[in-house]
Design a protein around this ligand. Structure first.
Ligand SMILES: Nc1ncnc2c1ncn2[C@@H]1O[C@H](COP(=O)(O)OP(=O)(O)OP(=O)(O)O)[C@@H](O)[C@H]1O
Ligand SMILES: C[C@@](O)(CCOP(=O)(O)OP(=O)(O)O)CC(=O)O
Length: 390
């Protein structure tokens, strides 16, 4: 038996991917830019094993059996990597050997927290390790066919997914703009409003948008190209103010397009809007842009903030969004400061509006991170080809 185990990070888009020009190959109508998040806080971990004795391809996600052969996206990723392996030559074992795959996300799946991005990036990366294919841009075109945003999770730091113009998608690749070391103090607070499965997934939501929104083509052809240029410059210059404004505007535009879809797709809720108001009030009261929000296809707010501003921002959040659990480690995941210290921090006059209690489920603190990596065999999720007991 041969096997490989890897972990891959989540990424959070700053200029959003929303809309496809080819559903099957997952080719987008516009470029997007994301930041890869630290895999220590949120990641997918996958083991792929190949053996002559396996009767069929099998997969387990978070311990549950998931369909394999009739999952078109999964099969495309597998076939894509196997084609590359064949072209590379020197196979250790025949491609006809069946695979057992176990994957586990250490954060909620299908909740608008980009589990599909980490999941498919991890799958493709692990398959590549198993078949001994070095990291290359073609792998990003394969991960893209699992879930569009997954191609960006194959790199660390800030990443641009180029829409490409070729009909076969060969130039629709993800490119690393800068490594995580370029802006290491870029952190994020994720305000989780709801981590249940969402009503309209991204795939369906963006498909309806392309079919019915009268604004989406203007965004793709006119707004995004300019925004991408400006954001690249802001990232290069570590210009947080410009970075923040572009990010917030792009999130707002994604949700404007979701509302312009007919019938409308509503991803943000009242709590999300309370988060938006909080961030604008906060930036105004400190007299500087210190936080930027972005929302994917769900109600959870992701706030970009520099490391030195995390504690004061969090202290203000604790005041504006009071919570019965706000002293607990379950509520504050990965927070660098003890909650009592936050309590002591002066927040007088900052974002004075106090929301009703318990609007947030929990808060995750994370930061910019690197791309996928291979783990040692002891970290395998399979024993004798079967998942570890829960
Ligand atoms: N670790 C994984 N390995 C393989 N596939 C995964 C993994 N995690 C999630 N997926 C796939 O992604 C699907 C969830 O994708 P979906 O787009 O609905 O949610 P999300 O990625 O959490 O949210 P969003 O993309 O809007 O941020 C799962 O049902 C599963 O098919
Ligand atoms: C709102 C987004 O997170 C949309 C992500 O969409 P997916 O990559 O999940 O969609 P599919 O390609 O259909 O699988 C914005 C983004 O990540 O750029």
């Amino acid at each position: 038996m041969y096997s490989a185990t890897c972990e891959a990070p989540v990424n959070m888009a700053l200029v959003k991917y929303w809309g496809k020009r080819n559903e099957e190959l997952i080719l987008p109508i516009n470029d997007s830019i994301s930041m890869t998040l630290d895999a220590n806080e949120m990641s997918a971990k996958t083991t792929v094993a190949a053996s002559e004795s396996f009767k069929q391809n099998r997969m387990w996600l978070n311990g549950e059996v998931v369909p394999f052969e009739d999952n078109a996206r999964l099969m495309r990723c597998l076939e894509g990597v196997q084609r590359l392996a064949l072209a590379n030559g020197g196979l250790k074992f025949p491609l006809s050997w069946k695979l057992h795959i176990a994957s586990y996300n250490n954060f909620p799946t299908a909740a608008g927290l980009a589990s599909s991005a980490a999941g498919y990036a991890c799958l493709v990366y692990t398959l590549a390790r198993l078949y001994e294919i070095p990291m290359n841009e073609q792998l990003t075109t394969i991960a893209r066919q699992g879930s569009g945003s997954a191609c960006r999770s194959l790199h660390g730091g800030f990443v641009q997914w180029h829409r490409g113009i070729a009909d076969d998608g060969s130039d629709s690749i993800a490119e690393q703009l800068v490594t995580a070391e370029h802006w290491p103090n870029m952190h994020m607070l994720i305000l989780v409003v709801n981590d249940a499965r969402k009503k309209t997934g991204s795939t369906k939501g963006m498909q309806s948008a392309v079919e019915t929104s009268t604004l989406i083509q203007h965004r793709a052809t006119t707004i995004v190209p300019q925004r991408i240029k400006e954001l690249r410059t802001a990232i290069q210059a570590r210009d947080f103010k410009t970075f923040a404004e572009l990010t917030m505007r792009d999130s707002n535009q994604l949700h404007a397009i979701a509302l312009d879809t007919y019938p409308p797709c509503v991803y943000m809720n009242e709590v999300s809007h309370a988060i938006v108001n909080f961030v604008h009030d906060y930036n105004e009261s400190v007299g500087e842009v210190k936080a930027a929000y972005t929302f994917d296809a769900g109600p959870n707010g992701c706030l970009y903030v520099l490391a030195e501003n995390v504690a004061p921002l969090l202290a203000a959040i604790q005041v504006a969004f009071p919570n019965d659990a706000q002293q607990s480690v379950e509520y504050l995941k990965g927070i660098p400061v003890p909650p009592v210290e936050l309590k002591k921090m002066a927040t007088n006059g900052i974002a004075e509006h106090v929301n009703p209690k318990n609007l947030l489920k929990y808060i995750i603190h994370t930061k910019i991170g690197d791309g996928p990596r291979q783990l040692s065999d002891e970290k395998s999720l399979l024993i004798d080809g079967l998942p570890l007991p829960k």
